[in-house]
Ligand binder design. Structure first.
Ligand SMILES: C[S@@+](CC[C@H](N)C(=O)[O-])C[C@H]1O[C@@H](n2cnc3c(N)ncnc32)[C@H](O)[C@@H]1O
Length: 332
């Protein structure tokens, strides 16, 4: 079996650049400027994110490895009777998913692994790695936005059960209401009895969380600033990234890490593809990303109001991270 991937029709490179340009245009015209973090993962960004994953300060990776080690046998046992699709939203390099994939292969489960990621570079890397590391795994990757992938899942009625993975605290990039909307769309794309496994980074010592997103080697800063470099590469921008600074505090009121790029001086930036100059004032922030940290009560509330029954909570050894397994409830 050779791992392959395809690109959703509307995600061909020209369309992606046009969509990126439109989002940058709209984001930088706002009175409070924003750029979407989903565009951080081009080739350079995906490589930088892999370096973040190796940092000791970025505890999320070791924590989720531990929680998946603690859950893999139970999850495999639960899936023993039927062929199923293992769909992963925002799969990245799949490093942690391989823990589960290897267990499922060892137990000879019948399944197709369908990783979804908006980044073609991340998908290419994942598919190449799986061909080498897990020969025989049936992989059909999809380069697409989560929302387009959900539509595709809805259309796909092959009678198989689904387990959808949403790991790595990707859910934290939505605020609570957007997480409700997203998980509810996921619920409506799935059938009665399907499962989801969602990774939640739990609230913990603030210094621990702040250190994770402000590492001492400056890799996270480079990763965030790469978004401006990507605008230069893909949209013909002339950002001087030395004139911006990555700033990422914890907002104690909302329970989220918040990432900003701050303009260090009064400056104009021209973006050729958009035929537009944007003005940045000294100390003006561009908001890039939230990473919401959950309490157990938030997790339970999210499952209950979106139509799921909680099956199990799998924690890491320090209780810092939770992979929560839910089952789709439908009908009365
Ligand atoms: C923080 S990384 C986490 C990767 C992986 N889940 C893990 O735990 O290691 C987020 C991944 O989600 C992808 N992603 C972000 N926004 C997305 C979107 N709207 N649709 C599809 N993929 C997205 C990125 O390209 C990136 O590979």
């Amino acid at each position: 079996m050779v791992s392959t991937y395809s690109i959703l029709a509307q995600e061909d490179p020209k369309f992606s650049i046009a969509r990126f340009g439109k989002d940058v245009f709209n984001g930088l015209l706002r009175s409070k400027k924003t750029l979407s973090s989903k565009y951080m993962y081009d080739k350079a960004g995906s490589e930088l994110y892999e370096r973040i994953m190796d940092l000791d300060e970025y505890y999320l990776v070791a924590s989720e490895f531990s929680s998946l080690e603690n859950s893999k046998k139970q999850i495999s046992e639960m899936l023993k009777s039927l062929p199923f699709n293992l769909i992963e939203l925002g799969a990245g390099n799949g490093a942690k998913t391989k823990v589960l994939l290897k267990q499922l292969m060892e137990d000879k489960r019948k399944f197709t692994y369908i990783p979804v990621d908006i980044s073609e570079d991340a998908m290419q890397g994942l598919v190449d790695a799986l061909n080498l590391e897990i020969p025989g795994l049936d992989t059909k990757g999809l380069v697409a936005d989560y929302f387009d992938a959900l539509d595709k899942i809805k259309q796909q009625k092959n009678g198989k059960h689904n387990l959808v993975l949403f790991l790595g605290s990707n859910i934290g990039n939505f605020n609570f209401q957007d997480a409700v909307n997203f998980i509810f769309s996921l619920w409506s794309s799935l059938n009665y009895g399907d499962f989801v496994l969602i990774g939640f980074d739990l609230r913990k010592d603030i210094d621990q969380m702040v250190a994770a997103y402000n590492d001492s080697h400056g890799v996270t800063a480079k990763f965030n600033l790469n978004l401006l470099e990507r605008i230069n590469r893909d949209l013909g921008g002339n950002f001087d990234v030395t004139k911006f600074k990555h700033y990422e505090p914890y907002n104690i009121k909302t329970g989220a890490m918040e990432s900003y790029l701050i303009s260090l001086e009064d400056q104009d930036v021209y973006i050729e593809n958009l035929e537009k100059t944007f003005h940045f004032e000294r100390w003006e922030p561009i908001f890039v990303e939230h990473s919401f940290k959950y309490t157990l009560a938030d997790v339970e509330k999210l499952a209950n109001i979106t139509g799921f029954r909680i099956e199990n909570h799998f924690y890491d050894d320090k209780n810092w991270f939770l992979d929560s397994l839910w089952c789709v409830k439908k009908g009365k």
